[in-house]
Design a protein around this ligand. Sequence first.
Ligand SMILES: [Zn+2]
Length: 308
Amino acid sequence: MIFPFVKRARAYVVFTLEYLLGLSTYGDYHGFDIYKYKRIRDELIKGKKLKRRFLCDPHPCSREDILLVHTEEYLRRIKDPVYVNQLLKIQMNSMWDSSVLEYFKAVTGGTMFATALSLKNGTAAFNLGGGFHHAHRDRGEGFCLINDLAIAIEKFRRKRKFSKALIIDLDYHQGNGNASIYKDDPDVFTLSIHAEQWETLEGVAMKDVLVDSAIGDEDYLDVVRENLEWLEGRFTPEMVFYIAGSDPYEKDELADMKISREAMLRRNMMVYDFVKGKKLPLVVVPGGGYGKDSWHIYADFISRVLSR
Ligand SMILES: [Zn+2]
């Protein structure tokens, strides 16, 4: 991976148009707006919140990067578009089209690049894609083919850029892939607060918090605050990864939580301030979020951070 010189910014945003190419081959996926991340980029540039030089263009991750987390056998299987089609339950235009895997490699390269930027500058870096938190070492599920965050963690942990990382996952769905990979690794702690649990997992380096999907704004924010406080003294990270899932938003078209746009911003800023208060590098990925209004949540968050 090449790291171009980038002038120091309050926060960096990572995006490439390749994030759109893979998705466009299969059309609608549970109402996922494939232009969501381009809309966010356009809004930030148009509103003069983001200077173009702080918008960074990543390279796709390599085969070797994927193998830092996933098995050889699994990687061999996901090179077969027919298998990927069945795994993700998608209808591709062509059974010979490998662009879905290319999409995951592009976005994972973005999460790795965001990690490099964040570590180099000690600040926040937002990838406009990623947070494939259901991907396990040897299987994918829930439209998560490879685990971008785990690949970024392994890449930079091996370079000895940090040894202890915290994953804060506030997506509507349980971060079961991350927890399954790291639940017994005392150096990578996963805190997942969600309304939909996919599997029962237990380990020394994870905490699952299941909330009622009918929970209101203030109670939801209290749960997030209490669990961030719970981490104090229990786990001391050198690096934080935040999956800022937008699917708890009341206008989400897949999930059924009722969190307002304003409370979503408060939630995201609470996590941002928690990490900033500790002066730690922070990588943010968007995770889930479905429907035509979803993009506003992540755009609000980045916009607020850049405006400070
Ligand atoms: Zn989700």
